[in-house]
Structure formats: C-alpha cells, structure tokens
Design a protein around this ligand. Structure first.
Ligand code: PLP
Length: 392
C-alpha cells in the first residue's frame, strides 16, 4: 500500500470519523463507535473524486444521458473480464439505483408470481425484509456449519425449499455476513439443484471486488451455460469503493428470455441510477483498481489483526477470517452471556454492531462486525467489545 494512503488511514481518529458524519459513525450517537453499517472509513479513490468534480464542473445534473449509461456498461464489462475472466455482453448490463432495487425487480418481474423466495441464512437483513414487503413468503435454509466457522450451502435443504414451492433463490457471493467466497465446484452443484427444480437465482455479487489474495471471485453466472440460463446477477462499485449513497448498481443478464423480459418492462421499471453514481462507477471500474487493491491489502491485515486481537482478549469468540467482504461474524455461543451479544456490545460498549437475530435463522448468539476501519480504531473497538462481553 502506498505510504501516504496508509498514513492517512492510520491517522484517522474516531473523532475525525464522527466529524465526517457518515451513517455508520452517526448511528451510535455522540462519542460512540460505529461497526454496523457496511461502509468503509477510508475516504474515496482519487479517480472517483476527479470524476465527480468533472460532473460538477459541467453541472451535468439532468437525467442520465444514454452515452454515460453505455460507457458504464462497457466499463463494467471490461472490469468483469479483467478481474474475473468473465465475458459479458455490455448490451445486457443495465443500470439501477441499487442492488436492493435489482432484488425487487428479480422478485416481481423474474420469479413465478406469488412463489416463496428461498434464502440461505443467516442472511443480509434486507433479504428478509424485501421479499416480505413484496408479499412473498421466505423459506429460510440455514447454512451448514463445520463447527469451526466454515459455512457451506445446505443443498438438501435448498432442494426441499424448491419442492415446497420456492422459485427464486437469493445467492449472496461473497457472502454477507459469513464471509464465504464460494468455489466453482460448490456453484456447479448448486446450479444443478436449481436446474433440476426449474428455479431461478438472484446472484448478489456486490462484494465481488472485495476478495482477499489466495481466493478468487468466480461469478455464479459464469460457471456454466446452465447457471447463466437461470440467473440475474447484481453488482456495483458501491461496496468496493464505498459509494452506496451515490445510487448506482448494475444488473447483468445472461440469457435471451431475460433480455426480452427486461425490454418488455419498459424504461421506468428500472430507472433511477444517478449521474454521480454512474460516473463514479465508471471511474471505479476503469481507474480505481489500484486504490481498491491497496485497500484490500489493508483489509487483509485487518482480518488477521482481528484474529490476533480476539485470541488475546476474547478467546471464547469463534471467528474465521472471511475470504471476502470486510464483515466478520463473531459467534459468541460458547460464552455464558446474560443477553444477546450484539445487544450487550451496542449497549455496554457504545459500539453499534448488527445483532445475530436480525440475520434470520442461525443468527442467534452471534453478531456481525465491520472491520473496515483504521487499525488503531479496530484495536480499540475489540478492547471495548471484550469489556462488554466480560462477565460482570
Ligand atoms: C450483500 C449486499 N447486498 C446488497 C447491499 C445493498 O446494496 P445497495 O446499497 O446497492 O442496495 C449490501 C449492502 O451492504 C450488501 O451487503
């Protein structure tokens, strides 16, 4: 990592983070610590700031010009080829304001009307609330736990969910909150199960850019023609480069029936990606990879530092460093606690985390912790968590 970026990050104090006013740091209130919301504390890539300044200088604040939309489709396709070895047709990359909007479209327009949504759990919280909001039942399929914090898909459970009437499976890879990055063989097996039941997959790959050295993000739809034929993929630069407030994500289509259906939806079903979001995503995909890799290097250190800090202060907490994402899953079920651990941490340490039950089945006894923060702050956070969970 370039010395200057690292120094700037390491010098960032909690007071400075609070003063920036991000949602993550505002949530815990004055003097508190934020580790719940999925944002990073590292500023933004210079290429993105330049692109936004350029847009401002031109006051290009009207509706999204088709030329910018096309440029983003091309940039996203180039990034997918370069980073993941995945050839996608830019004409099949569409823009939406965010991945949650893409999920809504997948449910309402691309899954069997009224059919339950299948969801491996513990799951990113809106995966539980969005289908419910749209009037869909959710069939939760708890992930299999090997006892050491390594989670795999329960394919028998998923088969059963399809047999029970489920149609669209939400497949989050890299997996928020468990940090798994699925292997090609795992995804091949999954695609065979989905195909056998005539199911569909919503592949949420928003964390795809955030995969650590030693592991590779393989897009699910790239694994076979079979997978491509039943999948809608959603992604964005918003996690890798910390841009969710700019409102821009991509839906990647990989089969002809979906292409036709998307066209039939008409312009306004999916409109709403913002000009700032689009130029920022273009800049990220085309000129932001060096920054991303520097940040990944720092996060790689953080996920290991976290293991050492927990070993020292909280050996009873089970944590497996994630293969992707900056989210850690702390299983506290071996501790004898008077209350839910996330609840205790938020209350006693004034440190917001996301408590396990919010992630659905399999979440109780655990909580999700965001480690995308300067290392001195991370160290202080773990000390605070340790005192919150220590017997009174
Ligand atoms: C797996 C996953 N999907 C979707 C989102 C939300 O994305 P967006 O802001 O584009 O709706 C997040 C945010 O943290 C996420 O972790």
């Amino acid at each position: 990592m370039a010395g200057s970026l690292r120094q700037a990050i390491d010098r960032t104090t909690p007071a400075m983070l609070r003063a920036r006013g991000s949602f993550k740091w505002a949530a815990p209130g004055p003097g508190g610590f934020g580790a719940a919301v999925a944002e990073m504390d590292f500023g933004a890539a210079p290429a993105i700031l330049d692109a936004l300044a350029g847009l401002s200088a031109d006051a290009n604040f009207g509706y999204l010009p088709p030329s910018l939309a096309e440029e983003l489709s091309a940039a996203c396709a180039e990034f997918a080829r370069r980073r993941y070895g995945w050839e996608v047709d830019p004409a099949l990359i569409h823009h939406v304001p965010d991945v949650i909007k893409a999920l809504e479209l997948a449910i309402t327009r691309f899954s069997r009307p009224g059919a339950p949504v299948i969801l491996p759990t513990p799951a990113y919280m809106p995966f539980l609330s969005v289908p419910a909001f749209l009037g869909r039942e959710i069939i939760q399929v708890p992930m299999r736990d090997d006892g050491a914090g390594f989670f795999t898909l329960d394919l028998d459970g998923i088969s059963g969910a399809f047999r029970a009437g489920g149609h669209l499976l939400i497949f989050c890879n890299p997996y928020n909150p468990l940090g798994r990055v699925f292997t090609r063989p795992e995804m091949t097996e999954l695609s065979e199960v989905v195909d056998r039941h005539g199911g569909r997959v919503f592949a949420d790959e928003i964390h795809g850019p955030l995969v650590y050295p030693g592991t590779r993000h393989v897009p699910y739809a790239s694994t076979s023609d079979l997978a491509a034929s039943h999948t809608l993929t959603a992604t964005s630069a918003s996690k890798g480069w910390n841009l969710p407030g700019l409102k821009c994500a991509q839906v990647i289509l990989t089969n002809e029936p979906d292409r036709q259906r998307w066209e039939e939806m008409g312009l306004f079903a999916a409109h709403g990606a913002s000009n700032p979001g689009v130029v920022a995503n273009i800049a990220a995909y085309r000129h932001g990879e060096q920054w991303l890799d520097e940040i990944l290097g720092y996060l790689d250190e953080n996920r290991r530092l976290l293991a050492r800090l927990l070993g020292r202060h909280l050996p009873g907490v089970r944590y497996r460093p994630p293969d992707g994402t900056y989210l850690a899953w702390f299983d506290c079920s071996a501790l004898d606690l008077p209350d839910s651990p996330g609840e205790l941490v938020t209350r006693r340490a004034q440190l917001t985390v996301v408590d396990g039950p919010a992630f659905g089945d399999g979440g109780a006894g655990s909580f999700r912790f965001n480690f995308a923060t300067p290392q001195p702050v991370l160290t202080e956070m773990v000390e605070r968590i340790a005192s919150a969970l220590r017997p009174a």
